[in-house]
Design a binder for this molecule. Structure first.
Ligand SMILES: [Zn+2]
Length: 405
């Protein structure tokens, strides 16, 4: 039995829709996963994510939860689902990306990486094994291997060395992951009967009986290689040789040119296994999502909707606007007249601008809410366009509209 099931439901060029089933929810792809760094999607209640936006999967950050409140506390409290009361799917990253962002604070060896906590300066250590142990304690549906992420402009030699380390770490991650699954250390485990009775967040399709999941966690491999296509290919080969439940493209949107990012995706995605989900980590803007879907990517996550929401920036069909702008002081229109979210149905730009200027916390909450609703609705439109074989037209119209504004 497998931990997740993913099937293509429609294909339009390289773009594809699919159904991803985990032990806790059914997810239509391409999907955007809101980021829940500290066990919360900043400023946005789970009720809204579930009832209004119908988000079926969110992210948790291993690095942050490892430092605070700590994996053992979360394990004692029954895992991240039980602790946070989010009952749908969770994907956890490995902690590697955050640690490697702390360039001054870390020491890298074959064994793992030593770093100082950004909270209190305490010495901490992460390795493939420890990352798997933390992610088992968190009990997420999808676990990511512990990888090394070189800078976007890394040279050939540095990138090759890094991807070889990543390949060895991927193997170690998988070995420890299997041990943990076999010894019952996964806090989120659901037995078969658990799956039958759990809240999937939506009615099961009629083919429910045909898919039996193991109730265990799934493990995704990560392809690295910076902007070097031959190294990307080599990393892909080494990752698929080990064999994972899904495959991620890592190390993009880390400072390289957009054209490099699109070239890597265009080169890599069609060569990735056709029968497993493809996940582009940490990307991106609405344009990036559309460009990556067109090149064959199925899963995304990014902090942009909530990070921008906190600084007063709202995504709209006409492009990004900033609510601080004086022109909105008397603007009675919603953030986006075409958006159906509860913020746009009720509140004007003038009011949101006032909240922001008055430093009311509700400003960040409402704009973050709209932004997430906008991203999730964009993904629904993308899926619809693929199913109607009109994705190329949808893409052209969307990009033109943004350019015209
Ligand atoms: Zn809205």
């Amino acid at each position: 039995m497998k931990p997740i099931d993913w099937k293509v439901t429609a294909q339009d060029g390289e773009a594809r829709t699919g159904i991803l089933r985990t032990r806790r929810s059914i997810i239509e792809t391409p999907v955007f996963m809101p980021v829940g760094t500290q066990g919360t999607v900043k400023g946005v209640r789970f009720e809204w994510l579930e009832d209004e936006m119908d988000a079926r999967i969110i992210l948790g950050n291993t690095y942050h939860l490892f430092l605070r409140p700590g994996a053992e506390i979360i394990r004692k409290l029954g895992g991240l689902h039980k602790f946070t009361a989010w009952n749908r799917s969770l994907l956890t990253d490995s902690g590697g990306f955050q640690v490697f962002s702390l360039t001054d604070l870390r020491k890298l060896t074959e064994e793992g990486v030593e770093f100082r906590s950004h909270l209190d300066g305490d010495k901490k250590f992460l390795s493939p094994e420890i990352s798997m142990e933390i992610q088992a304690a968190l009990g997420s549906e999808i676990v990511m291997v512990f990888d090394e992420c070189p800078p976007g402009d890394a040279g050939v030699e540095a990138t090759r060395k890094s991807l070889e380390m990543t390949a060895r770490w991927a193997e170690r991650s998988k070995n420890r992951f299997d041990e943990l699954q076999n010894s019952g250390m996964d806090s989120g485990f659901l037995s078969d009967s658990g799956i039958e009775n759990s809240d999937f967040g939506l009615a099961f399709n009629e083919d429910k009986s045909q898919i039996v999941l193991s109730g265990r966690q799934a493990l995704f491999g990560i392809v690295q290689g910076a902007g070097h296509l031959n190294l990307r290919k080599e990393s892909l080969n080494r990752t698929t040789e080990i064999g994972f439940d899904g495959y991620a493209i890592g190390g993009l949107s880390v400072g390289e040119e957009k054209s490099v990012m699109y070239d890597v995706i265009e080169f890599l995605a069609p060569q990735m296994p056709k029968d497993a989900p493809r996940y582009l980590m940490g990307v991106g803007t609405p344009e990036d999502l559309i460009e990556a879907v067109q090149r064959g990517v199925d899963m995304f996550d990014c902090v942009l909707p909530t990070r921008n929401g906190r600084t007063g920036a709202a995504f709209t069909l006409g492009g990004k606007i900033n609510i601080r702008n004086a022109q909105y002081a008397t603007d009675e229109a919603p953030l986006d007249a075409r958006c159906q979210c509860s913020v746009c149905r009720r509140y004007s730009k003038a009011y949101l601008r006032h909240l922001y200027q008055a430093k009311e916390m509700l400003a960040a909450t409402l704009i973050s809410h709209h932004n997430l609703a906008f991203f999730l609705d964009l993904m629904r439109q993308i899926r619809q366009a693929i199913k109607l074989s009109s994705f190329a037209e949808f893409r052209r119209e969307f990009l033109n509209r943004i350019r015209d504004n």
